[in-house]
Design a protein around this ligand. Structure first.
Ligand code: NAD
Length: 505
């Protein structure tokens, strides 16, 4: 595989690459080798202020640009992503570790949001009422907010930023993106492609950074809205601080997605579904299935027996091995944390069906590889059930009935996604209606809504009122204004001091 040369990245502010001045850097790993390959500057509060100033100065002209012209930039951006798809996928994979095919798929999901944003003129259309009173008309419009900020996680370094900035910018806002410091290169590359697509300088700025940069974004009065995607502990804090500073905040957070398998399900189909959904991208997906709830011991026994040999045979390897089905996890620290959870699951008394600890890939002995791991007979009291492990670790929980399975889903603190596998329409309908979860699949293990719907969880998987992208994305990044107009028509109403009944102004 290619070994990236040691490289120091730079910020992207006001249309230019700017070297970091804080003297602080974050390590970007090559996860397959377990070695640091690049350094990213970690922005100081002053550098964050520079980026916000660039975005604030670019806002009036960009907001005044007709929506059709803003959409033109999105059409151009779409073509450039397609042109550079392989390059971008390599960038994602080399820093994240996921296979190239998986990286391409994730960029395509981001691209679909760009395609949605191409229709911004239609999406911003307001309502109009003719003659709400004599000679009085009323109409509404959606206007941009100003400077918006995006703070994104490591697991989708292209897709998650593209959930945010294309819609925010198409709506007429300007944007400061703070991608994960673990795999930031794609964020910078996307900003350069937006510039090539015709975006004026200052409309999209990208900063390397950590908590210090995030705190500066959250406390600057010029930032109107913050979109966050990441873990629950950080997201809840960001929501609270952002709201306390008067900002609109959406914080999409952690997950523990349950897949309920009913006794009447097609077990082959269910097993296929679990393997992709639990172990794809090494389990580092917020919509990964991390818990299978087997309804009845027969289902539990059959699934454990079917999954064990197939997961053991998964080919683990570096991103550019075309045979690899699962890459490494992001850093040595992530590997240690995941293996620590496997240790804990054993000591808590779960049945270890398949052990992914000590996974060695020839030629990559120091790589951050964790093999597929399966625990059976997991109980709700165990930490491997309660916590998001964010690795290739699947827990099988046994439930005695549909009602018990649904209760497990609803009692868990997270509410991002869930699925039911069944042939019974009644059970599926009941499940979809009663699950306290934001995204529900019926015989679909990862029910991620497409770009023209909105994505988001319930409970401690989302803080804020808006889901992300789709129609909710347009609502989040705009404010409604309603205008009431009267044109001179010779009517003289005189001064009016009281509200009048409907139709009189
Ligand atoms: P993370 O919370 O560690 O980091 C997310 C972002 O917050 C990064 O940009 C990081 O630099 C920043 N950050 C980290 N510590 C901070 C602090 N103390 N103060 C302010 N900002 C801080 O998350 P991660 O490990 O990069 O990503 C994995 C998590 O993201 C998982 O929990 C996963 O479920 C979640 N996720 C959720 C969704 C969703 O849509 N719900 C999607 C993708 C990922």
């Amino acid at each position: 595989m290619d070994i990236e040369v040691q490289q120091t990245l730079s910020h992207y502010i006001n249309g230019k690459r700017i070297s970091g001045k804080s003297g602080r850097f974050g390590d970007v790993y090559n996860p397959a080798l377990g070695e640091v390959a690049k350094r990213v500057p970690l922005a100081s509060a002053e550098e964050v202020r520079d980026a916000i100033t660039a975005a604030a100065e670019a806002f009036p002209a960009w907001a005044a640009t007709p929506a059709t012209k803003r959409a033109q930039v999105m059409f151009n951006f779409r073509a450039l992503i397609k042109r550079d798809m392989d390059k971008l996928a390599r960038l994602v994979s080399s820093e994240h570790g996921k296979t190239l095919e998986d990286a391409r798929g994730s960029i395509t999901r981001g691209l679909e949001v760009v395609e949605f944003a191409c229709g911004i003129a239609q999406l911003l259309k307001g309502e109009y009422s003719d003659s709400v009173a004599a000679s009085v008309d009323s109409w509404s419009m959606r206007q941009p907010l100003g400077v918006c900020a995006g703070i994104t996680p490591f697991n989708f370094p292209a897709m998650v930023p593209m959930w945010m900035f294309p819609i925010a910018i198409a709506c007429g806002n300007t944007f400061v993106l703070k991608p994960s410091e673990k795999d930031p290169s794609c964020g910078f590359a996307l900003a350069e492609l937006m510039a090539e697509a015709g975006l004026p300088a200052g409309v999209l700025n990208v900063l390397g950074g950590d908590k210090e940069a995030v705190d500066a974004l959250l406390t600057d009065a010029r930032v109107q809205a913050v979109s966050f995607v990441g873990s629950t502990a950080i997201g809840e804090r960001i929501y609270r601080i952002g709201c306390a500073h008067g900002k609109r905040v959406q914080a999409l957070c952690g997950a523990k997605n349950h897949m309920v398998v009913m006794p009447d399900a097609d077990l082959r189909q269910a097993a296929d579904a679990v393997i992709g959904a639990a172990f794809g991208s090494a389990g580092e997906r917020c919509m990964a299935v991390s818990v299978v709830v087997a309804v009845g011991d027969e289902v539990g026994d059959a699934l454990a027996a079917a999954l064990k040999p197939r997961v053991a045979a998964l080919k683990v390897g570096p991103f550019d091995d075309p045979a690899a089905e699962m890459g490494p996890v992001i850093t040595p620290a992530a590997k240690a944390r995941i293996e620590g959870y496997i240790d804990r699951g054993v000591s808590e008394g779960a049945a270890l069906v398949l052990d992914g600890r000590g996974c060695a890939v020839p030629g990559y002995e120091n790589g951050c590889f964790v093999g597929g791991t399966i625990f059976d007979r997991v109980t709700p009291a165990m930490s491997i059930y309660r916590d998001e492990i964010f690795g290739p670790v699947l827990c099988i929980v046994r439930a005695g009935s549909f009602a018990e399975a649904l209760q497990l889903v609803n009692d868990h603190e997270y509410g991002n996604g869930c699925a039911i596998f069944t042939r019974d329409g009644d059970a599926a309908r009941e499940f979809a209606s009663r699950a306290q979860i934001g995204m529900v699949g019926v015989n679909v293990p990862i029910p991620v809504p497409l770009a023209f719907h909105s994505f988001g969880g319930w409970k401690r998987s989302l803080f804020g009122d808006h889901h992300i992208h789709g129609p909710e994305g347009v609502r989040f990044y705009t404010r409604m204004k309603t205008v009431t107009t009267r044109w001179p028509s010779g009517i003289r109403a005189g001064a009016v001091f009281n509200f009048k009944s409907g139709g009189e102004h």
